[in-house]
Design a protein around this ligand. Sequence first.
Ligand code: FAD
Ligand code: NAP
Length: 499
Amino acid sequence: MLNVPSQSFPASSSQQRIASGRRSKVPLKQGRSLMDWIRLTKSGKDLTGLKGRLIEVTEEELKNHNKKDDCWICIRGFVYNVSPYMEYHPGGEDELMRAAGSDGTDLFDQVHRWVNYESMLKECLVGRMAVKPTISKGMLPKSRVTDTLAKEGPSSPSYDWFQTDSVVTIVIYTKQKDIGLDSVIIDHQDDSFRAETIIKDYSYLVHIVRVVENVGKIEIILKKREKTSWKCLGHPLENDNSLVPKKDTGLYYRKCQLISKEEVTHDTKLFCVMLPPSTHLQVPTGQHVYLKLTITGTEIVKPYTPVSNSLLSEFKEPVLPNNKYIYFLIKIYPTGLFTPELDHLQIGDFVSVSSPEGNFKVSKLQELEDLFLLAAGTGFTPMVKILNYALTYIPCLRKVKLMFFNKTEDDIIWRSQLEKLAFRDKRFDVEFVLSAPTSDWNGKQGHISPALLSDFLKASLDKSKVLICICGPTPFTEEGIRLLHDLNFSKDEIHSFTA
Ligand code: FAD
Ligand code: NAP
């Protein structure tokens, strides 16, 4: 459904514009890019037809708005008039119309729950679904803040809540006009987590975390700021004490500081961001995060796959609990929406980084004997940690081979590191394939093909345990998967990185 142009607007000259799978993209009319949409939302035009009013929408009312020129969709309890957005939607009008006049949350989540629709569609907000609060099992208790505040302190905050079938939203009434975001402080240092809310000169403090490995136990140690007795631990927030599918949870972001930016190729840079001291976060091997920047007033989110800072450094990711830095190899598209903004950040500026996502599990690498990596362009990024992980932690591994597709020699990311690694570790081999080489290139040429693959994918032993990872422009990945199936590799032996 709603989309941003990372995969939706590849350059018209690019093969990435070929439609792919269930997420086919439709050609958008001139003047209907995401940037054009952002401009329209800033124009002051009444996009809901409600002259700025927000209303409560009943299910019956929602059902009535099910036509292209009058299309309302509910996402997580909020109703949007998406008719003005139709022509700007990279997935096309038909895809949006699948949710017309109904709750589109599940459809939205299936396709790209990470898209910040609240920001993209804020001018289309019609209002909230009118659902009468009902108390159900396991619901959150009413606030008991009064209990924990001294008698002479500020008047006690209270909260209200409402729910739809799938979400509960809590509204906290602090009864203080001057409460802002800076009244809530979240930090993490030296393995402990703290969350502090300042109400006048009162503070409520939670201080946490130590993980005891291998016994399935997490010990949370709370340090009191004042030696007063607590009547309760705190007040539960949304989803407190609930086990919900990960896909149903929202993305949580934290602001990270840009520490360094180094050129890697003519258009690709290694960005290093520092997590706030408050944060403990390790991006698992093979997973990605979303970076978020506000571009002309709208929050734009794109996925990126963290890498280690170099291929040759000792690989320590999974064992160091206190990693402060996250590295990204990012190609800057001069006419792209997000990457030029990212590139304009100065050292010390901030970018928001989400919690990790992705379905790659390192357990796939266990007992592996042959690992084949097929990467095109920045599709190399997930391979970096996988390569490091496999060479460091998989004792039975005999061979890791990377076939790296690029246009020209100048586009090859970390070429000399790859060559050094191949020299240093006999289990590792790399082959470069160029689609637009200069005349002096002696290596392999062309696109992914049966001939290239069948030769490359010879396992070190018959019946050895094999995994093939593939990542690059969507049509490259799709073609690769097709060829791998033709070569009789099973689903379990292939992991593709897609959007
Ligand atoms: P876009 O605005 O998406 O533009 C890309 C290209 O399309 C540009 O050439 C632009 O000129 C062209 N274009 C834009 N709008 C139009 C239009 N209306 N018509 C025709 N052409 C248009 N990238 C990395 O560099 N490193 C990573 O580690 C990485 N990890 C990823 C992980 C995942 C899971 C996925 C799905 C993608 C990843 N990407 C990564 C790609 C990344 O998310 C972005 O797609 C990429 O950075 C381009 O973003 P952009 O906004 O700068 O460009
Ligand atoms: P690029 O430089 O445009 O292309 C890299 C190589 O792939 C080139 O040789 C190119 O050949 C070839 N290629 C392109 N389309 C092809 C097709 N249909 N069939 C066969 N080969 C094809 O790549 P890029 O700009 O770095 O883009 C990398 C892509 O990887 C982006 O789309 C990004 O979203 C994706 N990515 C995904 C993830 C993930 O985890 N899902 C992670 C990182 C990156 P030509 O010269 O013919 O174009």
